[in-house]
Structure formats: structure tokens, C-alpha cells
Design a protein around this ligand. Structure first.
Ligand code: TXA
Ligand code: MG
Length: 356
């Protein structure tokens, strides 16, 4: 039926019209407490039965994820929401109606029978209804909500292709549904609906402005606001390492020409010190770096921010595979999905930003 990669079965599935035999096989693995990686519209998820504490435990082990980091439960219809959460505010139903199925995750009060380890011991639960046809079909066929963090080893960039999942998790999980590249490329927006004022914990596929059109008072968690200010202080270590390639990431921010110059000078200097340098850039800017000796990856046109989001994690992995020591990348502003890109880059850079 499919290829085998160390005990991990890989099934190719049509992303638009998933074959029912593959979906049924994967659903059976989930029902029996196993682990299946599958595509969503954001990134690949590593799925297990969200109502089975032992199955959820296997996710933490496979990802080498600390038990303090809670996992999102994925559902296929809004009716399932009440199976997972209680005291659901009206605003949550409004957001569900507007943005589900899609890249929005809501943190709500956890229903009593939902395993504690799903929520890392918190009394809340994060819930999302993905729109990807494979994710939708799998959750429906499994008949249970599916717990799924991004399908990568802890702290590594999320997987946007089945090959990335294999890179990190081959032999550690039962099955991968290979539905090709994911669409958005960056994870869902996480909004905490249990706070008095709904608060975005992680910017992502659904934009802050879109949320505010439904709930005007939505706010962004303080740490994101401070990152947007112009204070040159962003202290290293403020943010834990996350979404990271193995290489050290240097994030540059400021006026574009000054930034490009500074990136070029930095690349030349690092190469002179016999460091292997990778540069993540765009079609329009790549020529700027040709004489630096650095390995250059273009993420598409600088005018297409969604395309940059789409390829970002894969590009980081590609530079890692070229064994670079340092990755130089600039910020792409905070318009649209740029805010989510910035959030991932600043974490990959462990909070350090070079303001030019
Ligand atoms: O797009 C996505 O959200 C992908 C796909 C697979 O759905 N999933 C994903 O999961 O990115 P993960 O585990 O890599 O990131 C989930 C984030 C984490 O930052 C986690 O701390 C937060 O959601 N989270 C989960 N449950 C939470 C809870 N009960 N309270 C607060 N934050 C929570
Ligand atoms: Mg993740």
C-alpha cells in the first residue's frame, strides 16, 4: 500500500480528494492509540486520539517535547467543541462561525473528561477545526478529536512536507499521510478565550485585524507588542528557542537598504572567519549577496508575503541540510502574515534582533 521508512508507513494521499482506504487505515491507527502525521492547511500535525491519555503521551515522547507544553485538539465539526470544552463564551462561537474550518485555535475551559496531559496540566484546552480535506476526513473517520502538535522534533521548524516529518520522526511514529506541501506554511493563530479580554498568544494564519472585525477588543499578548516597538532592547533569552534550524539565526530589522548592506557585510565577515553562512532572501534581493560566498535561498518575490510564509520553514531546513553555521534573514514587516513570520523568526533567533 505504501512505502516504509524505519517502521513508519508512508501513504500518498490526494490532498483534494483523499482516498478512503488510506484515511480508514490511518483512522484505525488513531483509534488503536497510535501516531499518524497528516497535513493541515498550516503545517503537518502529529496526531493521536485526544481522549486517550496514553496515546497523547506517545506524542510527547515521539517529539521529545517537554510535558509542560500543551497540545491542540482538532475537530471536524463545531458540535465536537462541547465534547472538549465547557463554559464556552458566545464570542468563541462567533469566531468559530467566522474562521472555522481554518487556521484559528481557541483556548477554552477544559471539559472534565479530557485528559490532563493534553493540556499539560492546565484547566484549559486548545481546539481547532482544520480545513484541509485530509485532516477533515481523518478526524471524521477516527470518530474522536485528534490531538496534534506540529509534526517536528521539539524546537525544530515545523514540517510543511512529508519529507520534513520523515527527517525528524522516521521510525518514531506509525504512519504519515503524504498529501504534498501544506498551503499556508505557518501555524494557526492561537487565541485565549478564557481571559476577560480575548488575547492572541501566537500570531498565525488568521490575522489580528480579521479577529478584531468580529471582536474589536481582541489584544495581542504583551510580549508580541514589545517586539513591535522600536526599543533596541530585545534581550537574548527573552524567548525560548523554537521553530529553529540547527544553525544560529541572525535576524536583521530596520530600513531595507541599510539592512541589506549590513547583512552583506556580516556575511562577508563571517565567511572570512571560515563560518558557513546561509542567507534567506527574495528574488529581488538575492543578487545583492552573490559575491559574499554565502549559500543563498530565495523565498520568492519580496512582494508576496504569503509565499514567504509558505516556504519559510522548508527554506530553514534546506540551509540546515547544507550544514551552514549561521543563517542571515531580514524581517518582512508586520502587515498581514508578516507578523506571524516575524514571531517565528524572532524565536528562531532566540530573541536577538540586529536593529540597523
Ligand atoms: O497550525 C497549527 O496550530 C498546527 C497544526 C498541526 O494544527 N499545530 C501546532 O501545534 O502548531 P503546536 O503544538 O506546535 O503549537 C501549539 C501551540 C503551542 O504554542 C502551545 O503552547 C499552545 O498552542 N497551546 C496549546 N494548548 C494550549 C492551552 N491549553 N493554553 C495555552 N496555549 C496552548
Ligand atoms: Mg510546534
Amino acid at each position: 500500500m505504501g512505502a516504509n521508512a524505519g517502521n513508519t508507513q508512508v501513504l500518498e494521499v490526494n490532498p483534494d480528494n483523499p482516498q478512503s482506504d488510506a484515511i480508514e487505515a490511518a483512522a484505525a491507527v488513531i483509534r488503536h492509540g497510535g501516531l499518524v502525521a497528516f497535513p493541515t492547511e498550516t503545517v503537518y500535525g502529529l496526531g493521536a486520539n485526544a481522549l486517550d491519555a496514553d496515546a497523547v503521551q506517545r506524542i510527547y515522547v515521539a517529539k521529545q517535547r517537554p510535558a509542560t507544553d500543551p497540545i491542540i485538539a482538532h475537530i471536524h465539526t463545531v458540535f465536537e467543541l462541547e465534547r472538549l470544552a465547557k463554559d464556552i463564551p458566545d464570542a468563541a462561537f462567533k469566531l468559530a462561525q467566522m474562521f472555522w474550518a481554518g487556521p484559528l485555535t481557541m483556548v477554552l475551559r477544559r471539559a472534565d473528561h479530557v485528559p490532563e496531559n493534553l493540556a499539560a496540566g492546565l484547566d484549559t484546552v486548545a481546539v481547532r477545526m482544520p480545513s484541509h480535506p485530509i485532516a477533515h476526513a481523518l478526524i471524521k473517520a477516527a470518530g474522536v478529536p485528534i490531538a496534534a502538535p506540529s509534526a517536528n522534533t521539539f524546537t525544530r521548524p515545523s514540517s510543511t512536507r512529508a519529507e520534513h516529518v520523515l527527517e525528524d520522526l522516521s521510525g518514531r511514529i506509525d504512519m504519515i499521510l503524504d498529501g504534498g506541501e501544506t498551503n499556508i506554511g505557518i501555524e494557526s493563530t492561537v487565541i485565549d478565550m478564557t481571559q476577560e479580554v480575548p488575547t492572541v498568544l501566537r500570531p498565525g494564519g488568521v490575522l489580528l485585524d480579521d479577529l478584531r472585525r468580529i471582536i474589536p477588543e481582541v489584544r495581542l499578548m504583551a510580549k508580541h507588542i514589545s517586539m513591535k516597538s522600536n526599543t533596541p532592547s530585545s534581550s537574548p533569552g527573552m524567548l525560548s528557542k523554537h521553530y529553529s534550524p540547527r544553525a544560529e539565526v541572525l535576524l536583521f530589522d530596520g530600513e531595507r537598504n541599510a539592512v541589506l548592506n549590513h547583512m552583506r557585510v556580516t556575511a562577508i565577515e563571517l565567511e572570512r572567519q571560515h563560518k558557513r553562512v546561509g542567507i534567506l532572501t527574495t528574488n529581488e534581493e538575492a543578487s545583492f549577496f552573490v559575491k559574499t560566498g554565502a549559500r543563498i535561498i530565495s523565498m520568492g518575490s519580496r512582494t508576496d508575503i504569503n509565499q514567504i510564509a509558505h516556504v519559510l520553514f522548508g527554506a530553514m531546513r534546506a540551509l540546515d541540510n547544507q550544514q551552514v553555521d549561521q543563517i542571515l534573514v531580514r524581517s518582512y514587516g508586520s502587515d498581514g502574515i508578516g507578523a506571524a513570520i516575524y514571531d517565528r523568526l524572532i524565536r528562531a533567533a532566540e530573541g536577538k534582533v540586529l536593529r540597523v
